[in-house]
Design a protein around this ligand. Structure first.
Ligand code: AMP
Length: 534
């Protein structure tokens, strides 16, 4: 017998209709690329995204067409999100930090018809425009007075374009239709597109808004440091609409000083981003002898945060730290470590050590670990295997690809290596490709990095395996020093032997000026391996 309930589809247009009606006056504050702070509201985002949808429809954009963005976190980018998905087209966010040849590949692969581009990235697009075969029109995210002199095809200023447009009625779509597209750089071959549906996006938005995840609500003000081109800013633009949360968008100014200024001026409660950004922020706060007053909670994810960073945030600056794990293919929320009231009573060191773990999956995600033969391993905190995920916001394959991605029984292999304990708490030890196998024993590069970053003379560190005749592979520690002169190799190894077994200690310690960072703020270990394997 079927239930007697309405079957309204879960659509992205429903999110903006809700926010624009119920939370109409909640603010959307944005640092513009032109410079000044722009203030608008969810009500205005709704009105303007409808006008933009109307302009797109007039330009011949139809359901399923791909419309790309190359933009910072701003109110205009937010409007594009809602206009494109709301009208049934697919909002394809491009990562401007990718190499231009990769961008060309991605735009052509997705066959993007329109490209919205921030002023900053106009030269980048101009340099490759003759190779972007599918793009019919470029919309520059600015107004007429800031419009650059450009030969980009059909170039128009965003404000002018929507000024001339009428109202729009959101169509009734199938909730399983594609809504947003984000390419992820695989380990081999070309980047692959993850195509989110309306249904997956709305369910994920509700999932991340939960108290134990982002704890969003209509009294919260949130600054997504994580870019809107990285897994849709972890769903914050959607979840904030569902919850009526006020958004503070940092625009192009991602330096610690500008972010700190915005966090303070707008009295932001919560922000989210990758560990490297917070690493820079706390150094700035230390030097400036201040911290944003209202900021009470941060969520770090995308890479493993070192324990020293967790301790600094919680104990030095008094900000609640939450740790999330996920990937583009999991929308991205996969697990969160939020302390229970009991765990909050633990001594600081014990608490911070526990917080380096990636936490428990929220409702909507199931996780398991398997061995090399695909056998499911016990949840005892000891067994280590490949982490697999399942749920309504986990990808079942890639955009325009026939490659079978799921296991026979329908799980997504993440490529991460982890343990899961009896309370379902996940601990990622590595990427399958980053694990170091020394004399038949596995060494977790994350463990060694985490320990190394606790040394007062080390700023950031990465560990890679280098070929070794006797042991197969041995760990090499590559670090950026904090002190001048840097600590000696013996001092570092001495320090590490407090927490690591002898065979886990790096064979060598190299100091460098900077580590190569990838387009999403993670250390590029492939580059390190190329450079230092010998
Ligand atoms: P991306 O799809 O670019 O977001 O990358 C996802 C990958 O980043 C995951 O498969 C992990 O290898 C890594 N990652 C994300 N969050 C964490 C975390 N909290 N700790 C360790 N690794 C992480």
């Amino acid at each position: 017998m079927r239930g007697r309930m309405m079957e309204d589809p879960l659509l992205i247009s429903g999110l903006i209709e809700h926010a624009g009606t119920v939370h109409r006056d909640r603010e959307i504050v944005s640092r513009t690329v032109e410079g000044p702070i722009h203030r608008s509201t969810w009500g205005e985002v709704r009105t303007r995204s409808k006008r933009l949808a109307s302009a797109l429809a007039d330009a011949g954009i139809e359901r399923g067409d791909r419309v790309a963005t190359l933009g910072w976190n701003t109110h205009r980018h937010l409007e594009v999100y809602y206009a494109v998905s709301g009208m049934g087209a697919i909002c394809h966010t491009l990562n401007p930090r990718l190499h231009p040849t990769e961008l060309v590949y991605i735009v052509n692969h997705a066959a993007d018809r329109v490209l919205f581009v921030d002023l900053t990235f106009v030269p980048l697009v101009e340099a490759v425009a003759d190779q972007l075969t599918s793009v019919e029109r470029y919309v520059v995210l600015t107004d007429a007075s800031h419009m650059p002199d450009t030969a980009l095809r059909g170039a128009v200023a965003y404000e002018e374009w929507i000024d001339g447009a009428g109202d729009f009625t959101w169509p009734e779509l199938d909730e399983r239709d594609g809504a947003a597209l984000c390419y992820t750089s695989g380990t081999t071959g070309h980047p692959k597109g993850v195509l989110y549906s309306h249904r997956s996006t709305v369910l994920h938005a509700l999932g991340v808004a939960l108290p134990d995840v982002f704890n969003l609500g209509a009294s919260v003000s949130c600054l997504p440091i994580v870019p809107m081109f990285h897994a849709c800013a972890w769903g914050l633009p959607y979840a904030s609409a569902a919850a009526g949360t006020s958004l503070v968008m940092p625009g192009p100014k991602m330096d610690p000083e500008s972010i700190t200024e915005l966090l303070g001026a707008e009295r932001v409660d919560f922000c989210a981003g990758v560990p490297s950004v917070f690493h820079a922020l706390i150094q700035y706060w230390r030097a400036a002898g201040t911290r944003p007053e209202a900021l009470s909670m941060v969520l770090l994810g995308g890479a493993a945060p070192p324990q020293s960073l967790i301790e600094a945030l919680e104990d030095e600056f008094g900000i609640e730290f939450r740790h999330g794990w996920g990937m583009t293919e999991t929308s991205p929320l996969g697990s969160v470590n939020t302390l229970t009231p009991h765990q909050r009573t633990w001594p600081a060191k014990k608490r911070a050590e526990f917080q380096t773990k990636q936490g428990r999956p929220p409702y909507g995600v199931e996780l398991r670990i398997v061995d090399g033969d695909g056998r499911v391993l016990p949840r005892d905190g000891d067994a280590i295997g490949e982490l697999q995920a399942r749920g309504p916001w986990v990808a079942d394959g890639y955009f325009l690809s026939d490659e079978r991605k799921l296991t026979e029984d329908g799980w997504f292999p993440t490529g991460d290596v982890a343990s899961i304990d009896g309370e379902s708490c996940v601990q990622i030890t590595d990427r399958t490709k980053d694990l170091i196998k020394s004399g038949g024993e596995w060494i977790s590069s994350i463990d060694v990095e985490n320990s190394a970053m606790g040394h007062p003379g080390i700023d950031v560190a990465a560990v890679i395996g280098v070929p070794d005749e006797k042991w197969g592979e041995r760990p090499l520690l590559i670090a950026v020093p904090r002190s001048d002169p840097p600590p000696t190799k013996d001092e570092v190894l001495d320090y590490l032997s407090n927490s690591l077994a002898k065979w886990q200690l790096p064979d060598d310690v190299l100091f460098v000026d900077a580590l190569p960072m990838g387009a999403t703020g993670k250390v590029q270990k492939t580059k390190l391996r190329e450079r230092y394997a010998q």
